[in-house]
Ligand binder design. Structure first.
Ligand code: ADP
Ligand code: MG
Length: 397
């Protein structure tokens, strides 16, 4: 249709009046059809010229954003019609192409409920001679969509809470049973002897104390794993945090005959991370590595830049894991240790999710294990990255 009209315009001096009237009619029909399409949409649509004079507005607009009560908006400046300053400011920013990072959802009170409206602004460049830009402004009601997403997140959390709670119930059974047995033994010994010396009672008390501390560990770990994390992401240099963690654990590792290697990339961009949480994650991984190297070994902590990711690897030369174990290690309460809680890696996984990052594992029985944490590099830092960056550079601390 567009091509037909373009061709007709080129030959306009060769057309007679009737032909021109026919073309105009067909154009009017097309405009009418487009208008009825725009009217039938759930979204609000406003079309303006480059000076933000309204060329067209469908009738849904006024139900979505506050607008002046007028019969028609055509020919009026957008600023006179839109009655919400923030919305107007956002649209102006978009039009000046500075609004990329602006929030494009706005909330409005509507009767008893709150409505969330997403706003998008598109630039339309006309192909006609004037080649001016016009703008299409779309308003969509995303209240229901957002509510559904929140519901989904809540039910995911609830599901993992239930798994965790079931795990806790299972975990506390053993220490409670041990305590019950030892209390009964203590009672029997007391009945038998009538009076007990501290030496008689000591072995029962020891077990009770040990089990109480185990219970405490289970509850503290559980709370840490289910509690919403108070994550404070700040832009910073991850190498520094890795250094601090290594310095902190080195004496204990040396005592266990584990040698610590640092292998840090010199040209890491800054990333957004919560220092406290990342330290916690690294400590959990290093503690597991130490447990896997009973007779000593080598622990390597590595940082690398890989595309838009900063990778941190914790590599050990310990006992390793078979495939089946590897598939289960991030599940809450999965442990192969007599006194393990099985929550260490669950917490690391959760911390990486808070950073919009990821964790992966590679392991071979009898040879060792590598855990890799991947952190996204923020957009602002990607631009600052030197093109010639080598990912194999070493970091001098
Ligand atoms: P826990 O340390 O309390 O057992 P984790 O969640 O930290 O709980 O680890 C779960 C399991 O994953 C461990 O019991 C162990 O079997 C396995 N695992 C974790 N890290 C390593 C490692 N570096 N080498 C070998 N096995 C590991
Ligand atoms: Mg652990």
């Amino acid at each position: 249709m567009k091509n037909f009209v373009q061709r007709a315009i080129q030959k306009i001096d060769q057309l007679d009046n009737k032909q021109i009237v026919d073309i105009l009619r067909s154009q009017a029909d097309e405009v009418e059809m487009l208008e009825s399409v725009l009217e039938s949409m759930q979204d609000g649509v406003i079309l303006t010229d480059e000076k933000l004079l309204i060329l067209y507005a469908n009738s849904h607009c006024r139900t979505l954003v506050p607008m002046a009560r007028l019969r028609s908006y055509e020919g009026l400046p957008l600023a006179r019609v839109l009655e919400d300053e923030q919305v107007l400011r956002y649209i102006l920013l978009c039009v000046q192409q500075a609004g990329e990072d602006e929030h494009n959802e706005f909330t409005f009170q509507k009767g008893d409920s709150v409505q969330t409206i997403a706003i998008q602004v598109f630039t339309y460049k006309s192909s006609s001679i004037r080649s001016r830009s016009s703008f299409v402004i779309m308003f969509s009601d995303v209240t229901e969509h957002n509510a559904n997403e929140a519901r989904l997140r809540r039910s995911e959390n609830l599901a993992s809470m239930t798994t965790m709670a079931a795990g806790v119930a299972h975990e506390i059974k053993n220490p409670l049973a041990a305590m019950q047995i030892h209390l009964q033994l203590l009672k029997k010994a007391f009945v038998r002897k009538h009076s007990l010396t501290i030496d008689d009672a000591q072995r029962y008390i020891d077990v009770l104390e040990e089990e109480i501390s185990r219970l405490n560990g289970i509850v503290v770990d559980f709370l840490f794993a289910v509690r919403p994390m108070d994550t404070r992401l700040r832009l910073g240099q991850l190498n520094r945090t890795i250094e601090e963690v290594c310095a902190f654990v080195e004496p204990e590792l040396q005592e266990h005959r584990v040698q610590v290697n640092r292998d840090l990339c010199t040209s890491l961009p800054r990333i957004e991370f919560d220092e406290h949480l990342v330290k916690q994650a690294l400590l959990n991984l290093i503690k597991n590595a130490m447990n896997a190297m009973e007779g000593g070994g080598r622990l390597t902590v590595q940082s690398r830049l890989d595309g838009n990711l900063v990778l941190v690897r914790v590599v050990d030369t310990g006992i390793g894991m078979d495939e089946r174990t590897q598939q289960k290690i991030f599940e809450p309460y999965f442990t192969t240790k007599a006194s393990g809680t099985g929550l260490g890696l669950t917490v690391v996984y959760k911390i990486m999710k808070e950073h919009k990052g990821d964790i992966s594992v590679k392991s071979k029985l009898g040879e060792g294990t590598t855990f890799t944490l991947a952190f996204p590099v923020p957009k602002s830092e990607r631009l600052a990255l030197d093109q010639t960056t080598t990912t194999e550079g070493r970091y001098e601390a």
